[in-house]
Design a protein around this ligand. Structure first.
Ligand code: FES
Ligand SMILES: [Fe+2]
Length: 376
């Protein structure tokens, strides 16, 4: 027995309220999603000047677009006049400006206020100062990351997160994720707290129970107790398995930079706070989570392949189906847990077995962010 009253093999999870309390969720939005670098959109989704997407980052709606000089821009999706939500669509394209539907204040693709009824009669109104409020952006791995903090932390923190899990940054650079193309995208609306989804992604104790197709391809995952993702380790494909597909049949063309020791292996990493990346020799599966409520998280998942594979219209469905099934199996499990987070039995939480102990580090990360927020 330890001081917590638990046997040595077990450590406590977070209490049930961490997954249900709107106050805790609001603090996570403020001190995690609005404070850290947040992976917002695939850069290629902003195909040309005027193409836009809106995404929920913490409590804020953020508008991302591409300016005439091809640079990606991100703004608070809030009109500077009386605060109407500028764009209500999730994606679309404007010709050269965003016009507020309320009183027609109009902003160009760099956010500058370029027109408004009677604006010429208000010469003292600065068109930059009353332009859209911009948000810091960075592009990496072909995705646009935004940070809403006034003083964004170094982007290196994101990269370091990857390095800490894979050993070195080259391990991911060799997949050339930036130049790959989206072969399929599936958006999952999951009725579960974002932390349940992260925790599930971090452990493979459940693999033998809920992932029959995945454990066929990766036999070591069938030993749910021993299966661990650890630094530099990739799970090896089974002997008869030809590719990372739903039936173990051959996959698509291998990404040229993938080395011999990365071939026939599957690597899975989490990038705090809301990204999961799976790397296999012929594709990359990239998940972004958008936490929208204590009990609801939207997960957008991209299957990325070599450009010529996507352009040629080759059938990617067998590889998509494998991880789509895995996703549905995982999200079903998370949705099964969510209602119980309100149970009085779970008021003090549950327990983690040894092969899940590393999830404790994630809990520490969440609690440290919230505690630091409290001290500010
Ligand atoms: S609120 Fe946007 S123009 Fe008035
Ligand atoms: Fe899983």
């Amino acid at each position: 027995m330890t001081s917590t009253g638990l046997p040595e093999s077990l450590i406590a999870t977070l209490p049930g309220t961490a997954y249900t309390d709107p106050g805790i969720f609001a603090r996570e939005q403020e001190h995690i999603f609005e404070a850290m670098w947040f992976c917002a959109v695939r850069a290629a989704d902003l195909a040309g000047p005027g193409a836009f997407r809106t995404v929920q980052v913490g409590r804020e709606s953020i508008l991302l677009t591409r300016a005439r000089d091809q640079s990606v821009r991100a703004f608070f999706n809030v009109c500077r006049h009386r605060g109407a939500k500028l764009c209500t669509q999730e994606s679309g394209e404007v010709k050269r400006a965003f016009q507020c539907p309320y009183h027609a204040w109009t902003y160009d693709l760099t956010g500058k206020l370029v027109a408004a009824p009677n604006l010429t009669k208000m010469p003292d109104v600065s068109r930059t100062e009353y332009g859209l409020a911009s948000v810091a952006t960075r592009e990496w791995l072909g995705y646009v990351w935004v940070c809403l903090a006034e003083n964004p932390p170094p982007f290196d923190e994101v990269v370091q997160d990857v390095v800490a899990r894979l050993g070195d940054v080259d391990s991911i650079e060799r997949y050339d994720v930036e130049s790959l193309e989206v072969g399929r995208r599936i958006v999952y609306d999951v009725k579960a707290n974002w932390k349940l989804i992260v925790e599930n992604f971090m452990e493979c104790y459940h693999c033998a129970t809920i992932h029959p197709e995945l454990t066929e391809v990766l036999p070591e995952f069938a030993d749910g107790y021993a299966a661990q993702y650890y630094v530099g380790h990739g799970a090896e494909f089974g002997e008869d398995v030809q590719g990372f597909t739903v039936d173990g049949s051959e996959g698509l063309d291998r990404i040229p930079g993938v080395t011999e020791d990365q071939d026939r292996r599957y690597y899975a990493i989490t990038v705090r706070p809301q990204v999961f990346i799976n790397l296999v020799p012929d594709h990359v599966i990239f998940h972004r989570m958008y936490p929208v409520a204590p009990d609801r998280t939207v997960v957008e998942c991209d299957w990325l392949y070599l450009k010529h594979v996507v352009d040629s219209g080759k059938d990617v469905s067998r590889s998509v189906e494998l991880f789509d099934r895995v996703n549905r199996q995982d999200f079903d499990a998370c949705e099964r847990c969510q209602p119980a987070m309100n149970s009085r039995l779970y008021a003090k939480g549950g327990v983690l077995v040894p092969s899940e102990h590393h999830i404790g580090e994630f809990h520490t990360f969440v609690q440290e962010r919230l505690n630091a927020g409290r001290r500010e």
